[in-house]
Design a protein around this ligand. Structure first.
Ligand code: FUB
Length: 331
């Protein structure tokens, strides 16, 4: 074989190999190995579409749990699995193998993996997830990165528990909170905000389901409970397209007082879905927008993080959504 044909063949092989590697990298959208990446601003994740963030801090590490949207051209929320990421500095992240899939809940008939939240209790992790109509489920794991297993083999809550609602997607968006006295609470809902106590085992509801209502509420979905200086903060998506509003109370069951808008409509996305968390002495507002999608719909979302600041009276300053995100220090 003459030398130039030989070199030409080597060139073709190396191009083929590179194309193969690129397609393997793209196929990794369903993650089956550890993947390390650096985030240089918002959105923080750029190798896949992520939505509905929830976070916990364990020791030095922030764990981020998200939904997993499909790429552009989508007509609805049809997600099939959830994702988990960790970081110790909000810049360098690790993504873990897919920790939980909708198919892990044999009772789901909806085909849509909606929002959820993870909490730690007694060295176990509890992931409360929602579906579009089949109810709220709970899965457990021994490590934050999973894998998680359905703890009940049936929903924890269904539309039948949502006594004041008629529409099929009312039993969604659980947020979980363990109070200083050890009592676990679940809040959830679309259109109406429901709440209930959890038993110590975290996989059973204790007592009656209640409803949160207050002047000015306009509750859409995505409740999130956090505590700051002994006060309870209930943040939630309000109106549509969604802004995030919040209210505060002296007791977790209320009465709550409406405190105003916290975050404006997030660019190019009808939904907004926040998590609020303290990490290494700073408070963060984690949400999603549609910044990375090109076809203008609301179904290929991306998680972002910006700082959250309190006023001296405990009210929260309006969130400033930025492109730089947490790469700006002390904004
Ligand atoms: O991602 C599906 C649904 O959209 C969530 O459950 C809601 O909070 C909204 O973000």
């Amino acid at each position: 074989m003459n030398r130039s044909i030989y070199h030409f063949r080597i060139l073709l092989y190396s191009i083929g190999l590179q194309l193969l590697l690129i397609s393997i990298a793209n196929a990794q959208d369903v993650t089956d190995s550890l993947f390390n990446f650096r985030s240089n601003g918002n959105p923080i994740i750029n190798h896949k579409y992520t939505a509905d963030p929830a976070a916990i801090v364990v020791d030095n590490t922030l764990w981020l749990f998200t939904g997993h949207d499909f790429a552009g051209g989508q007509k609805g929320y049809k997600m099939k699995d959830w994702c988990v990421f960790s970081t110790t500095d909000l810049q360098n992240w690790t993504e873990y193998p897919t920790p939980l899939k909708l198919e892990d809940f044999s009772w789901d008939k909806s085909g849509s993996a909606y929002a959820g939240q993870v909490i730690k209790r007694n060295n176990k992790y509890y992931w409360y997830i929602s579906t579009n109509g089949s109810g709220i489920g709970v899965a457990t794991a021994d490590r934050p990165q999973g894998p998680y297993r359905d703890a009940l083999g049936k929903p924890l809550l269904t539309n039948a528990d949502c006594f004041a609602s008629k529409h099929s997607w009312t039993c969604i968006d659980p947020t979980v909170f363990i109070d200083d006295d050890g009592q676990g609470w679940l809040f959830w809902g679309n259109g109406v905000c429901y709440y209930a106590k959890l038993k110590k085992n975290m996989i059973e509801i204790d007592g009656k389901v209640g409803r949160i209502e207050f002047d000015g509420m306009q509750f859409e979905e995505a409740p999130w409970i956090h505590k700051y200086k002994k006060k309870y903060y209930l943040s939630y998506a309000s109106g549509f397209p969604e802004k995030i509003a919040y209210a505060t109370a002296e007791k977790i069951e209320g009465p709550y007082t409406y405190r105003g808008i916290l975050n404006e409509v997030a660019g190019n996305s009808g939904t907004n879905h926040q998590a609020i968390i303290e990490f290494k002495g700073n408070w963060y507002f984690i949400y999603h927008n549609g910044a990375r999608q090109r076809d203008g719909n609301s179904f290929s979302r991306s998680v972002c993080i910006d700082r959250l600041f309190y006023n001296p009276d405990g009210s929260i300053k309006r969130i400033v959504m930025t492109s730089e995100g947490t790469t700006i220090r002390g904004k």
